[in-house]
Write a new protein. Sequence first.
Length: 115
Amino acid sequence: MNTVTLSVASREDVTRRALAAFEGQKQGAHISFASAELLWKTLTRKRWELLHAMTGQGAMSIREAARRVGRDVKAVHGDIQALINVGVLDRTAEGVKFPYDAVHVDFTLTKTAMV
């Protein structure tokens, strides 16, 4: 199964993964965000619905993506553009594509200091 891991990772974590990949160690597909807040700001509920409708479906037009989620084409276009900008979706000659069959989300929520 072609799975992408969405994670919250520091620049050091991303660099460590890249160096390991350069040494031939398989890393799998990763899309990293600098914070959980950025991940949730980028992957809103409606964008998650869009990804769910596109997962494993191949390239499709924005109009088709909008039809599948029952939303306005203009609104879906904005969400698709945002997801392309962060590298979650790909633009192809056939349309837009989420090139994965599954999504794994990986981050740890820890205790914060009281201010």
